[in-house]
Ligand binder design. Structure first.
Ligand SMILES: [Zn+2]
Length: 106
């Protein structure tokens, strides 16, 4: 049986991320990349275009809850675009969780 990879490589310093608390998942344009929390802070400082909120941060979690509720509400109305946005956001959140965060949880 194949052993599942239990480590994640930081996209900034290319070293392994071993602790879930140290993991920051962020969008680089349309690619999702893992970083150490320190590397993410450094990266944001050095690059004006890459200073968005981390996908797995507190702000993002609040947004996820918001979009979840908003998505539910607007599904009864004609604002389909909001439903689509909320589905996309929730999918990226789940993708980040299963691709990176879950690995470090075990
Ligand atoms: Zn790093």
């Amino acid at each position: 049986m194949e052993e599942k990879e239990k480590y994640i490589m930081c996209n900034h310093c290319k070293r392994l991320i071993k602790d879930k608390d140290d993991l920051v998942v962020a969008f680089d344009f349309f690619a999702m990349n893992p970083y150490h929390s320190e590397c993410f802070a450094q990266r944001s400082k050095n690059n004006f275009f890459m200073n968005g909120n981390p996908v797995n941060g507190t702000v993002s979690n609040a947004v996820t809850v918001f979009f979840g509720l908003a998505g539910l509400l607007v599904s009864f109305t004609d604002y389909y675009i909001l439903t689509i946005v909320s589905i996309v956001h929730l999918s990226t959140r789940l993708y980040s969780y299963f691709k990176y965060e879950k690995i470090l949880e075990e």
